[in-house]
Ligand binder design. Sequence first.
Ligand SMILES: CC(C)(COP(=O)(O)OP(=O)(O)OC[C@H]1O[C@@H](n2cnc3c(N)ncnc32)[C@H](O)[C@@H]1OP(=O)(O)O)[C@@H](O)C(=O)NCCC(=O)NCCS
Length: 164
Amino acid sequence: MQQFVIRPEEPDDWWEVEALYDLCFAPGREALSSYRLRDDVPPVSGLSLVARDGQGILAGAIRFWPVHVGDHDALLLGPVAVHPTHQGEGLGGFLIHQGLEAGREIGWQRAMLVGDAPYYTRFGFTRLSGVEMPPPTNPDRVLGAELSPGEWLNVRGEVTRWTR
Ligand SMILES: CC(C)(COP(=O)(O)OP(=O)(O)OC[C@H]1O[C@@H](n2cnc3c(N)ncnc32)[C@H](O)[C@@H]1OP(=O)(O)O)[C@@H](O)C(=O)NCCC(=O)NCCS
């Protein structure tokens, strides 16, 4: 990762990160049900990261939101995206590892996301059963990772917008 400068996202980065997400995801990404969990809720402070290349151009970004799962709390990972010119260089994996580790350090016990299992299993994500995202969400894409052992055991229920 030596060719990238990685630091926490600042307010001034917001629209540049949005533009990167628009580039990397299909049009209408904000219609996805996961975005309803982000409406009017700020991302978790300090966990969102931006990576810039040697010219200062945004190469990748990751954000995390807090959510409730039944009576428990979880980190909702994403969006995460890497600019097409830098995909496959390990940056996405680095941002995910860094973000999860930082989440663990500040006391989060579990993380979840809606995404491609073939990519996210390498970070310890497995399919969550009994965890219901707002519809329409393919349950096969609802994945969770424990930030300390056993923290998804017996965690069930609807994923809802953060209210604290
Ligand atoms: C997904 C994404 C963040 C990965 O970042 P990256 O920096 O390219 O990934 P890395 O370099 O860390 O890892 C590359 C590996 O992941 C694999 N991979 C990437 N996306 C994948 C996917 N959707 N499903 C399965 N494998 C995937 C690559 O094939 C490659 O495999 P290899 O290690 O066996 O060669 C990036 O490709 C991206 O922004 N994609 C478009 C937006 C997106 O889909 N975001 C994730 C939402 S689910």
